[in-house]
Design a protein around this ligand. Sequence first.
Ligand code: HEC
Length: 185
Amino acid sequence: MRGECSLLFLAAVMLLGGCTDDPKEKGFEVFPDMVHSVPFQPYSKNPLTADGKTMLPPVRGTVARGTEPYPYGSTDEDRAKASRELKNPIPLTAQALARGKEVYQHMCLVCHGVSGQGDGPIIPKFPNPPSFSTKRIKELTDGALYHIITRGSGLMPPHALQILPQDRWKLVHYVNGLRGVGKNE
Ligand code: HEC
């Protein structure tokens, strides 16, 4: 008991030893290593780097965690390339279709309509999209569809920020059903 009391007393003295009236004064430093950091602070000047900053920009080609780079831009050539090269990596399953449908209803239906006829509730306040059952849309590859969703097309806005890559592919499965192509016809 006596030992515990002296320990408590010692702890109180150490804690109170850190108190002063001056808010800028750090007081008695029990663990100086924790007060004065050995490494450079992120925003401090740095004599060792070329630009004098401690925080370095990521090296070229760095991919942020949790993101997937999309190498095709918005040009016609890139669209043609994506259309040829991209293949749907997600197998066609009931779950994938169900998710595709859900994403379609949230993100596309408003303009393209329940069955993809281009007659969504926002039309005619927004220009009429083409019907998915036209020959031209039926001839688009899965890759082209994925690219259109990712980068947009003409007046249609891109959806890369709103829809995760795997959901975009599930959406492709669902849209294939609407346009009457593929196994899901
Ligand atoms: C804000 C309304 C709007 C939304 C939301 C929208 N679209 Fe579109 N979409 C359009 C319009 C308008 C066009 C015709 C664009 C043009 O030719 O200028 C179009 C065109 C398309 C085309 C044909 C593109 C081409 O190059 O021929 C496809 C495929 C398509 N949309 C799929 C989708 C899918 C899938 C979604 C859901 C992620 C979606 N759209 C969301 C308005 C929309």
